[in-house]
Design a binder for this molecule. Structure first.
Ligand SMILES: [Zn+2]
Length: 133
């Protein structure tokens, strides 16, 4: 039996508020954030995702409608929001140095290494006390 672990409207409210909190925190004022509660067909098996229009400066951040694990806690929702905002923070790196396919893996690993450090420092300092609606 497939375990269904759908994200709720309340989850989305928590997620959305956290995205806006971290956008403000990092001063990402040159981006327009579009926050959606839907899946991204090209990125599967993720809790949340982020897509950007670098030229138009529009970042779309999505909360997946279903999670594959039972850890859909408030903290995990906020952490996922934090992660995606960090992706936007790192986005200029992709714009200036789009690596060749063979190097993409290393580039992504480096970006995620930095994001993991931020998760374990900035996020863990529990600055995000925002609550969902
Ligand atoms: Zn990521």
């Amino acid at each position: 039996m497939v375990k269904v672990n759908k994200t709720t409207k309340k989850d989305f409210a928590i997620f959305k508020k956290a995205v806006l909190f971290w956008q403000e925190y990092f001063g990402l004022k040159d981006w327009e954030f579009v926050i959606v509660h839907e899946d991204n067909e090209s990125i599967s098996e993720v809790r949340a995702w982020c897509g950007y229009d670098v030229k138009g400066k529009i970042a779309t951040i999505g909360l997946a409608t279903e999670w594959d694990k039972d850890d859909r806690s408030e903290n995990q929702l906020k952490k996922s929001a934090f992660h995606e905002v960090c992706e936007v923070l790192m986005c200029p790196l992709w714009a200036i140095g789009m690596p060749h396919d063979s190097e993409k893996w290393h580039f992504e690993a480096a970006v995620h290494g930095i994001i993991r450090t931020l998760e374990n420092t900035v996020f863990s300092a529990s600055l995000c006390r925002c609550k969902g609606e």
